[in-house]
Design a protein around this ligand. Sequence first.
Ligand code: BES
Ligand code: ZN
Length: 835
Amino acid sequence: MALQHQTLGTNIIPLHYTLTFEPGLPRFRFRGAAAIDISIAKATKTIALNAKELEISSAQVITGSEKLSASIAMNVPQQEVTITLPKLVQGNATVKLEFTGTHNDGMYGFYRSKYLLKGEEQFLLTTQFEAANARAAFPCFDEPAFKATFDVSMIVGKDMFTVSNMPIKAEKRVSSRTKLVTFQTSPKMSTYLLYLGVGQFKFISAKSGKVLIRVLATPDKIHLGKLALRYTKTFLQFFERYFKIPYPLPKVDIIAIPDFASGAMENWGAITFREIALLGDQDTSVVFKQNIAITIAHELAHQWFGNLVTMQWWDDLWLNESFATFMSYKAVHDAFPEWDVPLQYFEETIADALSADELESTHPINVKVNTPGEIDEIFDKISYDKGGSVLHMLESYVGEKAFREGLHLYLRTHAYGNATKDQLWGAIQQAHHDTTTSSMIKGWITQPGFPLVEVKRQGKRYLLSQTRFTLTRKKYTQKWTIPLNYSTADGKPGSLLLTKLRGTIFDSSPWPKLNYGQDGYYRVKYTPELLDALGEQIRQQKFYPLDVAGIENDLFALVLAGEYTIDYYLDFIEKHCLTVAYPASMSISLHLNSLLHVGYKRRWENTTKRVSTIFHHHLLGQIGWSRPKNEKNTTTMLRSLSISSLGIADDEKAIHYVHNLLEQIRSGKPVDSNLRGVVYSISAWRGDASLYNYLWKRYIREQVPEENRKLLRAGGMFRDKILIQKALAWSQSDNVRLQDSFVIPVTISGNPAASELLWQWLQQHWIQLMKRYSGGTHMLPTFVHCLSGLSTRKQLAEFQAFFRQKKHLRDDIKMVVRQVAERIRINVALVERNS
Ligand code: BES
Ligand code: ZN
């Protein structure tokens, strides 16, 4: 298959890189030398490579016995360097380049990260190359389809610890203070997966068969690495079993980095993590522990899906990300069946995807992207969660066995190469021995949005119809092939493939539950009569938890879309849903909170508070206010959410409970880590300046990543405008790491008393924020997202006017700006309809 490249063309293909780096502590400049073996199809005098923020001092091309020196021209906006030779060259050649670059503090490229050791400031060096920042460390063919092998060496201080994708081959003394470290040759791989690390890392290790597993962290944090070591071993073995392909490298390093832009990064054999997503111990709360497990499993899944077989171009980024998302839950479920991971998958992946995908301004999973900014922008809920949901539906359609065999075939066929989505469907279809899979799945990948299936009773049958669902209820002519499962009042499960706009279920029982088992990526609209009947079944606890969650989730979306009223929803919850289990309970809790948020000081605030209070007291009545040993994780999660929800609704019992726990924490008594976050946040919600000062005093000293995060979050929960202003300023001060600087704004976006303030602040600081978050950090979109809760006409107009100005816009936020504008419009409409 022909290679597809965006900018560099296909005439020149890299085969092998020999890279030597001389990192530069303490001046934060590095020197590098690259010798790149290339193959040139058609004779040429010019060779273009990607380069960014590098100074290239010399270029030479060697062909056969000839050494040609080349002239160098940088194209900064294009992020390219073109070298021009005195004569035409063809066939095999080697490009030799010398260059220097900066260890920036922006968390991309070959960057620096700061930490404290015994009170003293220290630095380590690390890389983050995905999507397009390998070019900030060395000139290269920086596109995923240009796979090559790599020989890496580094010249570093003799006490430094170095890491790359492969194990160390040799270490050699260079001077009294420095050594040359050479790593083994890597397999054929994409540039975005290369890794370089230098620092005073400490590690713990274990073996899985022949594979050496190490967890690395700074010396003060390595004692928090045991959990990660255990998880890594378990999940690595799971994936080897599941994919039936051994992990192909001799080692895997799992590395905690103090400054890290995203959650984790799957560099082949040298996976990096934000500390909070990796480090923990027996005191870690279940939410954080599960996040550590899911994150490790996700990045390990990439070692096959993404690293061994890579998407041809970034338009199929979702192939990487949705598979890793989907597979991570499989691995964790296999190891910890008691965690109810499939139920959590609905709440965290499927429901989340549907709610992101019900905007007119959503995008199809498969999307055209060209510039690095556009690529950055699609690391979003659609690529991760919608992709993951569609894969879940596909697996349930073809069955686990055919699905797995298809994956195996796909991975085997394209190992060390690149592939596209069609090759994946092809493989699954082949394993399933059918002809429909490919065409069924296509509609879900190439079309934006998803269908709403409406069901109405007519005599002895149910009539079905599908239309695209958006919260604005705009009319579309789209159509999907929907694998539709249902059950009926007679208890008979059935299924059909809805290929047309309309369909029929022949059944005369009083109700059907569509999307039975909630494997399908669509919503269902019932008539009020059918909803009443289903509600009654819910009340009598006749349904599986997932089906209850599905009914409630779809109903809530229909409220936002104006098909049902808020009053109807609240009534439905109070009448039928007081005894529901996870995940419906979680879903209801979150929805009530979001109604309270948009309803702050509005007509339905009091009714919502009333229902929320009844609902959550009911829930806490069942599960208790404190955690018994050996409780289900989901129950533990529900408890903190319930207490927090009550706190936000100013329930006196909850406030009192939280205050007591805060006193215990302040006097040094142990308090359940699962409740500590709520204690800080709800105390802040009711708190004053003295609490504010207490939180920051502790925050500055707090080294345990989880506790540190909780203290920071609480800073955004005050009601007092002055404290919120101060917290926002604090969030961008030197006291808060760049990687954590979105935490306070994100918390404030959930603080109903402070939305307008946040909006004012963002406008005032926007230009600064754009500078602070370079494209490579993927963080700027988060700040735009924070505005999704705005709900007045005035705010909508201001938002649109503000981002209409070119100087406020950038490639990596264009889409999210459109989406947030639409959200605000939807909020405004919701308010106007229900007032
Ligand atoms: N490949 C991504 C990391 C990444 C994200 C690189 C955005 C460049 C831009 C990694 O595999 C990933 O998906 N990380 C997730 C964590 C995961 C558990 C969902 C993240 O960072 O949030
Ligand atoms: Zn990923």
